[in-house]
Design a protein around this ligand. Sequence first.
Ligand SMILES: [Zn+2]
Length: 70
Amino acid sequence: MNKENTCNFSENKFDLWSDDTIWTCNKCGGDWSFIDGSTPQENGMNYCPSCGRKIVEYIPRKLDIEEDEE
Ligand SMILES: [Zn+2]
């Protein structure tokens, strides 16, 4: 497959104070969030809705250290 037509989605924290996450396309920078915390895969999202590239990799958010309280 032509790499030009593919992209990766990486999960990021929406902001420091929230548990929400967003998924960002590494090619067009489009952000997508899912209210129930599910992943693009679970939503059948195989293509970036913004640039139309096929998503070939989903990169989960790295847990940061301060998050374990609660
Ligand atoms: Zn995109």
